[in-house]
Design a protein around this ligand. Structure first.
Ligand code: ZN
Length: 334
């Protein structure tokens, strides 16, 4: 993709203000639909979670729940120490207890972002589908409860190809859940997961990730474009390199007054990753690169007072980074 720098500038300088009248009507209607869906959800299906809808520049942003999951996964030893292997055990336990977190398993919400413009409906990540953990994979259910037809999604961008972000792309029979969408993944991400030797190079516990990534990336390959930092998915939605969690992990920067970034799993845990960005996280494929990306993003978010959306922060996952001593803390803004 080419660098559409002119289109990038356009949304930030929109004379129409934060939202054109037509968009505002749809925004209000959508919010009403969300409230109705929440009411309906409570009455009919306790699992439905109402979306969180807000305006950003020319975009309408909808944050959706895909449910949640736990790490370490069920049926593996219940020890959060697995996730932070370099952190001395007493330090880890003291931190988790002080933060009110379990030392056995951490429960992570799975948040998905939908970006609406006049002509596009862009989904950022596709949820976990049915193959990851039974408490996740609720995205399509929650989309439909909010009155959004998955067939109306025009583009799906993957921050990376881990199970909780990619495996929701197809149903159990292999049919695409977003049948009319074009798909986007970073070139490095595609190259990593599709390489013949990735499955065998990874530790045993991650081979399932690699097999699933190959399976689902293959399913969308005819509709998939590989992208890189600086590319625009649509005007005003630009890719930022935040590699390390996976080799081709990307974030999205959305043009608009206050600044907004969709950051996937760069700062995976709202409690731990802000306070200890330097702790090696076992799920990061390239740990040193992940730590550098995390620090760079946190520094930038603090300096620019940018709002951030994280995949696994408390639902709906919208907040800001603030400095706290020599590190940072997460401040929810929803
Ligand atoms: Zn994730």
């Amino acid at each position: 993709m080419s660098d559409h720098s002119n289109r990038w500038a356009a949304p930030t300088t929109s004379a129409a203000g934060p939202m054109a009248p037509l968009d505002r009507r749809r925004f209000l209607a959508r919010t009403a639909a969300a409230v109705a869906a929440a009411t309906l959800g409570n009455a009919v299906c306790a699992a439905a979670t109402a979306p969180y809808v807000f305006a950003h520049g020319v975009f309408e942003i909808t944050l959706l729940s895909d449910g949640h999951f736990v790490l370490p996964p069920p049926n593996t030893p219940a020890d959060v120490g697995f996730l932070y292997p370099d952190t001395p055990r007493p330090e880890l336990e003291a931190f988790l207890r002080a933060a009110g977190l379990s030392i056995e398993r951490v429960q992570l919400p799975n948040n998905v972002v939908l970006i609406r413009t006049a002509s596009d409906l862009v989904l950022v990540d596709a949820g976990a589908g049915s193959g990851w953990q039974p408490t996740a994979g609720k995205l399509v259910e929650n989309l439909q409860a909010a009155g959004i037809d998955p067939a109306s999604v025009t583009k799906v961008v993957f921050t990376h190809a881990h199970p909780d972000h990619l495996w929701g792309v197809a149903d159990d029979g292999g049919a695409l859940r977003f049948p009319n969408a074009a798909y986007f993944v970073a070139e490095q991400e595609w190259n990593f997961w599709m390489a013949q030797d990735t499955v065998t190079k990874l530790p045993e516990s991650f081979r399932r990730f690699a097999l699933g990534a190959r399976r689902d990336l293959s399913r969308i390959k005819d509709r998939l474009k590989t992208v890189k930092a600086g590319d625009d998915i649509i005007g005003g939605v630009r890719i930022v390199d935040t590699s390390g969690h996976t080799p081709g992990h990307i974030s999205l920067e959305l043009a608009g007054g206050d600044g907004l970034m969709v950051v996937g799993d760069v700062i995976a845990n709202a409690a731990v990753s802000f306070a200890h960005p330097e702790w090696r996280f076992a799920i990061d494929t390239v740990p040193e690169l992940a730590i550098a990306s995390r620090r760079r993003l946190l520094d930038r978010a603090v300096a620019e007072k940018t709002r951030l959306i994280g995949s696994h922060w408390p639902y709906p996952g919208l907040g800001m980074a603030e400095r706290s001593g020599s590190a940072y803390r997460f401040v929810a803004t929803s």
